[in-house]
Write a protein that binds this ligand. Structure first.
Ligand code: 3HC
Length: 284
């Protein structure tokens, strides 16, 4: 399959990062957000990140300009009609994603593969809203997408070998290293990460150690780039709770039961970096 134009649904942290990486690698991108405000913020994020790449010597100014010109922003899902491949990176709400897949199925050509960047939700459920469940799979990128080398591919029990191979080739053309997971809640990486983050929150909640010492212990003792609570702030505390609740709802595995502090922080709007407040204070 000859993929030239990729549609991205959502231009948040993940959608903007995926759009950036595709455009830098020569693909035309049509990226859709629900309104102009979110769209402008997403495009501004891409401009800033590609400028950082130029400043760090990872990209020339001319390559940056070409990449930016390959990106077409829109607020209309229908404008993804000419796309050869689509990656959905909307918020983590299964009903919303199912609705997007149903609409994409009608908007795009029948041969077009529809992928989701979901961090934990069921690929089979999204696929079931289309007439081509064999052409649906998970393409889970990691934040920050331009920097993180991993792509976690998720095959549902209906994903065809051809869909998998085409998508794998696309991921490899972006310079990503690939791992393959079954369509099981949390897949590989979040299934491991989330219990670790929830344990760190419980340690702090129970007064076992300070936020700083928990993070320092993991940074210096395990050589992780960030401690688990720093990572909660980085990923979004609301996202951590969302994934925990989703995996718990499907598996009833107590390792994913959210500690009360996590739920209270989300209710209070302490969502981490994006809200300025989380386990740490952040300048927005
Ligand atoms: N474009 C291209 N390259 C960039 C860049 C950009 N916009 N920004 C930075 N870089 C490069 C830098 O040049 C540098 O490259 P070098 O090693 O060759 O010099 C490298 O990326 C690191 O950049 P910085 O020095 O600016 O950044 P730090 O060293 O402070 O690292 C970090 C920042 C990469 C965010 C690091 O702290 C980290 O790895 N944190 C953990 C991130 C993580 O775990 N992400 C996964 C979250 S889970 C997830 O996403 C799943 C979801 O489902 C929840």
């Amino acid at each position: 399959m000859n993929i030239k134009t990729v549609g991205i649904v959502g231009c948040g942290l993940m959608g903007s990062g995926i759009s950036e990486v595709l455009a830098k690698n020569g693909y035309n991108v049509i990226v859709r957000e629900v309104n102009d405000d979110f769209l402008n913020k997403g495009i501004e994020r891409i401009r800033a990140s590609t400028q950082k790449a130029v400043d760090r010597g990872k990209l020339s100014a001319a390559e940056r300009q070409q990449a930016l010109e390959r990106i077409t922003p829109t607020t209309k899902l229908e404008e993804l009609a000419p796309c050869d491949y689509v990656i959905e990176a909307a918020i983590e709400n299964l009903n919303l994603k199912k609705d997007i897949f149903e609409r994409l199925d009608n908007i795009t050509r029948p041969d077009v593969i529809l992928a989701s960047n979901t961090s934990s939700l069921s690929i089979a459920e999204m696929a079931s809203k289309t007439k081509k469940p064999e052409k649906v799979l998970g393409m889970h990128f990691f934040n920050p997408v331009p920097v993180m080398p991993l792509l976690e591919m998720v095959r549902s029990f209906m994903t065809s070998e051809e869909t998998y191979q085409t998508s794998r080739a696309l991921g490899e053309s972006l310079g990503k290293q690939i791992i393959v997971a079954k369509d099981y809640p949390g897949f590989i990486v979040n299934a491991l990460l989330v219990p670790f983050q929830l344990d760190a929150i419980r340690f702090y909640e129970n007064g076992m150690a300070s936020i700083e010492d928990i993070d320092k212990g993991v940074r210096l003792g395990l050589n992780h780039p960030m401690g688990p609570l720093e990572l909660c702030d980085f990923v979004g505390i609301d996202t951590v709770l969302y994934i925990a609740d989703e995996v718990y709802a499907e598996t009833k595995d107590p390792r994913y039961a959210a500690p009360p502090l996590l739920r209270r922080m989300v209710a209070a709007g302490h969502h981490g970096r994006k809200s300025g407040k989380g386990f740490y204070k952040h300048s927005k």
